[in-house]
Structures are given as C-alpha cells and as structure tokens.
Design a binder for this molecule. Structure first.
Ligand code: SFD
Ligand code: AMP
Length: 607
C-alpha cells in the first residue's frame, strides 16, 4: 500500500490554472487567517491552457476609457451563443474583469499600448494585445505567494462529501503523479478550477501529429467529471466548441481577422462568410443579425463551402503583412501561444508574407470559457441574479461548499484567461464567506476513503497481474492501456456524437448507438492498466474524459433542435426551435442514474 498523506484546510483549490490562480489570490485577500491549499496535477508555474503563453487577453471592457459597458458585453455574448447564456454570470465577470487585467499589468505582464490613444492596443472590440509568453508564470507567482501550501504534481481523482450531512462537500482525494502517494484533503470549502476537455472527440491530428490539439491536451475534463460524480447539477454540456484554426498547427485566428484585418476566402478567391445568411436565417432565425456574426455561424458558412468542395479555405496573410510592425505581430501571435503553427510555416516553406495559409475547423472541445459554455450550474451574484439563479453564495454549485470557476462553470461564455481568473476571484470571495458562516470541519467517511484508495491504484495492480499474459506487443487479454481507451473514446464520439469525421452531424439513432458503445467502454474502465504513475495519471484522465463524454451525449440527445450549427447538427431536428428550446438543458447524476431536465433562460439585459 502507498503512503497516505492527510491535509486539512479551510479552502481547497483544485487546479492552478487561470481560475485557480485567481481563486488563490482573492481567497487570501478576504481570508487573511485561513489555511488555503492549492493542488495542481502539473506545476503551477507552467500549467493549464496558458502554459505556452498567450498573445492576447480576450476579455477586457476598458471601462476607465469608456470603451464598453458590461451590458454591451452581455449582448455580445448572448448573440454569439444564439440567445442562451446566464446573463447574471456574464455581467458579473464583465463588471470586474478590468481590475484583474490591471493587476496583471502591475505584476509585470507587458500589455501593448496604442501610441495614439494612450489606451491598451485593441486586437478587437473586446480583446487587447500582450507580449504574453510568460503570462502564466507571472500570474502563478501571485497565487503561490497567496496560498498556505501548493501541492504540485498531485492529481485529484474524486471529491468527498460529508459523512453526516448530505450534499455538503468535505474534500478530495488524489495521488502524487511522481511518487504515488495517496492524498486525502479535508476542507470546509472546495473550489474546482480544473480546466476544460480535449481528446474527447478524435482530433484532426492523428498518427504523426497525435496529441496536438488547439486547446491543451492535458485539459481532460476533470472539472466536469469530479463534479458530475459528486452529484452536482450541470448545464449546457451539449454546447461543445468547434474553432476555426490555421490547419495542422491549430494557430488561432483572432489576431489575423481582428487586428490584422486579414480576409478568408475559398479556393476560388471568393469571400464566403456572409454568403449563406438567408439560408441560415430560414433555419436559425434572426440570430444571424447578431454583431459580430456568431462564431458558430461563421463555422457553418465554412462547412457549407467545404461540403461543396470549394476548399481549401485560405487566410490571406500575404495581403496584410505589409509593414515590419504587422509582420512582427503575426509571428509573435504564434510564437507567444501556439509555437506549433510557426513550426508548420517553417517546415512547409510557408512565408506568410508571400503565401496564404489553409484554415480548418477543429475537433469539438468541451469548455466553459471560450465561445461556448459547458459546465456546472452555479449560483449567481446576489444583487443581480434572478431568484431561481441564486442560492446563497456566488459561483457555488448545487453542492454546499463546492464552488467552481473558469471552464468549470457553465452558462457564461467568453471569459477567456482574464475572465477565468476573475471568476476564480469571485468564487473565492464567496467561499471565504461560506467558511466564515460554516466554521465546522466536515467529517470524512473513512470507509469511502479506503475504498477510493484501492480504486485509484487498481490500474497498477491490473498491470502487475495481467502483464504475464502478454506474449509480445501491447495487446493483452485482460487489460487495456489508457492510450487504447482514449482512442476508442475518440472514435465513438467522432462517429456517433458529431465529430469532424461525421461533419459535426448526429441524430437520435447515432446518439443511441454511441451511448451504447460508450457504456461498454465505461464498463471496461476497471480493466485499465498502468505500468507506472505517469500512466496511472493517464488512466484517471481517461475516467474523467469518459464521464464528460457521457454527459455530452446525454445532453445532445435531450435538446431536440440545432441550436449552434457549426458546433453540431441534429440532422433529425435541423432547425433552431425557440418556441420549445429557449431553455438550458441541465443534468444530475445520482447513484449511477442520469436525470436530464430544463431550466429557464432569463434575460436581464434589454436586447
Ligand atoms: O486566441 C488539475 N485562451 C485564450 N484566452 C485569452 O484570454 N486570450 C487568448 O488569446 C486565448 N486563446 C487561447 C487560449 C487557450 C489556448 C490553449 C490557446 C489559445 C492555444 C483560453 C484561456 O487559456 C482559457 O479560457 C483559460 O485558461 C481557462 O482557465 P481555467 O483555469 O478554467 O483552465 P486552465 O487555465 O487550463 O487551468 C486548469 C488547471 O487545472 C489543472 N488540473 N489539477 C489537479 N487535479 C486534476 N484532476 C486536474 N485537472 C486539471 C491543470 O493542470 C491546469 O493547471 S485564443 O485561441 O482564444
Ligand atoms: P480565436 O483566435 O478564434 O480564439 O479568437 C480570439 C478572439 O477573437 C475571440 O474573442 C473570438 O471570439 C474573436 N474573433 C475571432 N475571429 C473573429 C471574427 N471573424 N469576428 C469577430 N470576432 C472574432
């Protein structure tokens, strides 16, 4: 048996990415005397989606220069998400996000200024440009200084509920990914900030490019699976994100479209983005009039071109890199946040000043912070949340004392890095209040901890026992490796739940069959084998991915319309249906059973 280490604290933060760092900083501000512990499966200094750096901060209002108001931001996010967002949560981020960005600047993040206006240089209406290669270490330093202890390289596998009080959080368990120690964290409040999910759907990069995705490959859906297993209510899990990216390297397009004003055209040199508006209006209604044109509809237009065989679609970089400054901006965009794209340019002899680059739509990701809003159903802020959306503490999930932020929280898109940090701050402020209101330490069920310890290390045991049956290679009669499991998951999701391989299209029959196959995979997960602690981490990442995928399929089955064309299509319900589906689809997983239901969408900002 491995060593068991016990850690008691007031507030436990799971995940030290953007939201986790925000939570750490703010928890210390309000809870000077509290014991605040952060647990991170990688190393906080370079962990999470921002590990590689970013070249823009995509959520900044600029209220000190009267550039935008929170109401404007709500309208933008609502329009982009085809009408369905939690406006209270979006508004709450908008009114606080600027202060977060000002903190980043104070801590040393180089933000680019517009020499003419003296304001931050805008990439687009909501985005500002940064020199952001070191964004994450700068933010992590503030978090590290704030918390009582950081446990790096410890992966949380399960949350713990109070032994006596139903529906109250008590802590979490996990293991050291380097040393295999088993950790039992007991906490009065827990904030989950464990990032979104990639490698649920088969990526376009397979074989030689395996592992490459736009969103971070190490974001494995823990944020969703931990919560789902604990019984928290989830929302919008069907709202997967598909992004248009530079082909193969997955380079983002924002700086090119918005700052450099580059144009995308089909292989025949035609601009296509608005070509289908009237067809789109007939299917999806007046959402086509939203400004800017919604992300999913831009995808939809591109997909129509691809289906008609008018691709490759090209981003015309060569038309806009006409000054040294613009050329530098173009290269830095990728060198700061997606080095792989500059490597594609170098390796394929593409000089962006001379040749356009191909664009392609990505595989779907599950996230709560980009142009999408999957995640936990959370209480909103007291002053603006409608009464159905408020139950005592901002960003508290439906489990008492369990909070979330960033990709974890559903219903509020377009947070990006700055909004995720801001939401971490909001959650932490509320969590401190919760701890002060509920100072008693929860009780842990020791029998459950014992059971979980055995379960967590089972893959090591499976390998030890089953390895002797292998004659050669990696195929065993009694176990599967995590990598084999993830490939099986990706194939199921791609072919049945609307991945790129099926042109993002699914229907009830495909979903039923996909679910059947997914449940078989789920059944096999107790046969996962790990040769070492690294593979043990992969095994638990797969567990979390599979549960996240199940939520995606079940939510997709429930919503009988096509709400976000370009993200996915229900071929059996090809229209957007506001009469019946202007609602959130929510779920709860209790005692192995799923309950799926709807919740109302309230509009609090005038259209
Ligand atoms: O242009 C466990 N993002 C961008 N945001 C911007 O503001 N500007 C941009 O330019 C952005 N672009 C972009 C972005 C991301 C990526 C990968 C690229 C380009 C290439 C989005 C933001 O990065 C994103 O919105 C936030 O980072 C979300 O924050 P958060 O905290 O929800 O997720 P995280 O930062 O990934 O952190 C999660 C942490 O949890 C850890 N973790 N720890 C313990 N136990 C477990 N079980 C755990 N599971 C996960 C992770 O290691 C991580 O540290 S552009 O393309 O849009
Ligand atoms: P991306 O690089 O695609 O992640 O986008 C970065 C930011 O720019 C996000 O806030 C996007 O919503 C926004 N964006 C990207 N492309 C466009 C576009 N063509 N029109 C409007 N906004 C865009």
């Amino acid at each position: 048996m491995k060593n068991t280490k016990r850690v008691d604290c007031d507030i436990l933060i799971v995940g030290g990415g953007m939201a986790g760092c925000g939570a750490a900083y703010e928890a210390r501000y309000w809870g000077r005397k509290l014991k605040i512990v952060l647990v991170e499966k990688a190393h906080i200094e370079r962990s999470g989606a921002v590990a590689m750096g970013l070249s823009a901060i995509n959520c900044y209002m600029g209220m000190r220069w009267n550039e935008n108001t929170p109401e404007d931001f709500v309208r933008y996010v609502r329009g982009d998400l085809m009408g369905l967002v939690r406006e209270d949560l979006v508004f709450d981020i908008a009114r606080h996000v600027d202060s977060t960005v000002h903190l980043f600047e104070e801590w040393g993040l180089p933000i680019i200024y517009d020499q003419k206006t003296g304001h931050y240089k805008r990439e687009g209406r909501w985005q500002i440009l940064i020199h952001g290669e070191s964004y994450k270490p700068i933010v992590a330093e503030a978090a590290q200084k704030s918390v009582s202890e950081v446990y790096n390289r410890v992966m949380v596998t399960h949350l713990l509920l109070d032994a006596k009080k139903r529906n109250r959080i008590a802590g979490a368990v996990g293991f050291g990914v380097r040393d295999g120690d088993f950790y039992v964290f007991r906490a009065k409040a827990v904030i989950v900030a464990a990032g979104g999910a990639t490698h649920i759907f088969r990526p376009r990069s397979v074989g030689e490019g395996a592992g490459r995705t736009w969103y971070a490959p190490w974001n494995n859906g823990s944020a969703y699976a931990l919560l789902i297993e604990a019984g928290a209510e989830m929302t919008q899990m069907e709202n997967r994100l598909v992004v248009t990216r530079f082909k193969d390297g997955y380079g983002p397009v924002g700086a090119w479209f918005l700052a450099l004003k580059a144009v995308a055209r089909n292989a025949y040199g035609e601009e296509y983005e608005k070509k289908y508006v009237e067809e789109q209006r007939a299917l999806y209604g007046n959402y086509v009039d939203a400004k800017p044109f919604p992300t999913c509809l831009r995808n939809d237009a591109m997909l129509r071109e691809i289906k008609a065989g008018r691709h490759p679609i090209y981003m015309h970089t060569e038309e806009v890199l006409d000054t040294k400054e613009k050329e530098e901006l173009g290269w830095e965009d990728f060198l700061d946040m997606t080095m792989s794209q500059s490597i594609v340019w170098a390796s394929q002899n593409i000089d962006p000043k001379k040749r356009p680059s191909e664009l392609m739509m990505s595989e779907p990701y599950i996230m709560g912070s980009h142009a999408t809003c999957s995640g936990a159903w959370a209480s909103g802020p007291q002053d603006i949340a409608p009464k159905d959306y408020f139950w005592g503490y901002n960003r508290m999930t439906t489990i008492e004392g369990l909070f979330g932020a960033g990709d974890t929280i559903g219903g509020s898109a377009h947070k990006f890095s700055s909004g995720s940090f801001t939401e971490g701050r909001l959650a932490a402020k509320a969590a401190v209040k919760y701890v002060l209101d509920h100072p008693e330490m929860p009780e842990i069920d020791e029998a459950q901890v014992y059971e979980l310890k055995n379960k967590v290390f089972q893959p090591l045991e499976n390998y030890e026992v089953g390895r002797n049956q292998i004659v050669s290679g990696t195929v065993s009669p009694s176990f599967i490796y995590p990598n084999q499991g993830v490939i099986r998951l990706e194939k199921i999701m791609d072919e049945y739940a609307g991945g790129w391989g099926s042109l993002y299209t699914t229907n009830e029959h495909l979903l039923n069959r996909g679910l059947e196959l997914l449940l078989m995979l789920k059944e096999d997960l107790h046969r996962l084998a790990a040769q070492n602690f690294h593979q043990l981490q992969r095994a638990w990442e797969l567990h979390h991915r599979v549960l996240t995928a199940e939520a995606v399929i079940r939510h997709t089955m429930f919503r009988k319309e096509t709400r976000w064309p370009g993200y996915y299509y229900r071929a059996d319900y090809p229209k957007l249906d506001d009469q019946n589906w202007h609602v959130f689809v929510n779920s709860r997983y209790e005692n192995g059973e799923w309950r799926i239901f709807t919740r109302p969408v309230y509009h609090i900002v005038p259209w």
